[in-house]
Design a protein. Sequence first.
Length: 349
Amino acid sequence: MPRSTRPPSSKPGPVTLAMVARRAGVSPQTVSNALNAPGLLKPETLERVRSTVDAMGYRPHRAAQTLRTRSSKLIGYGIRPTAPGSTAPVMDRFLHALSGAADEAGYRILLFASPPGAPGLEGHEELLDLHSVDGFVLSGTDRDDPRQAWLARRGVPFVGFGRMWSGRQIGDWADVDGASGTDAAVEHLVAQGHRKIAFLGWPRGSGVGDDRAEGWRRAMRRHRLPVRGRRAQSVDDLAAAHTAVQPLLDLGATAVVAASDVLALGCYRALRERGAEPGRDVAVIGFDDSPAAALLSPGLSTVAQPLEAVGRECVRLILARMAEPGAEPERVLLEPSLVLRGSTPAPGG
């Protein structure tokens, strides 16, 4: 084996695509496909190339990729303002999951400010004019959201974390089945012997909030339990929730299903003002499994969203849309899970 003629003081050069191809025993084009269009390769070939890429520490040159493919490898994500009194950890967890999934696919998430309504489209338009992004991930989708139709008219790839709640469905989306989560919460409470199960939700007209309310109503009717007078509404604010839940407690509710953990915290406060204890006197179930849920005393039972799975699905869907712009839209509805803690013992338990 011939010895290297490189001077001892010289450093090894960067690993190139051709070097990876030689090591993996494939053509350079196959390596390029593995990085940019993995669906074109057989699973065993893709695995061999990816293993070689990892072993050799190869990193594609981003600028060269952009010039060659006219792709920036950037996906835009608009950050929307958080309403006063609400918590952001749930969306923080989603963004972390989204960024991780994009990174595994060779993309980066580009954050920008995106206020609700038509003014929020200015940020999308600016990024498109600069050719800075290949597509967008949308969250906070709600009724009369203009973003999907605006992007679809321009042929821009996008995926929503959340359904369109009014009018014609446009584009691809991945969402969590909120109705299934609150349905499961009622089922658990009924199994424990509760019959006076109230719902503390958001004001009507919120797509996500109405979905969660529908799951509670569906399960209550299935068990022939009354719903009249057992629903209250509040903005996602602890003080407002504390006020809104009072009539439900006055009517003797033995359990409260809340549309969010923030609303559940308002219920905790209202109970303690009455000298009652969450869990011991009235069962409480929240939604979102925020970090505070496990820290409360007693711990808050809540519905957890599979945010890591949502992040992966959003990346998969938008990459598929980039690869096949004319394909039929795909919609993915993911199941949440009920996390049980000390706030839901049986009545009198």
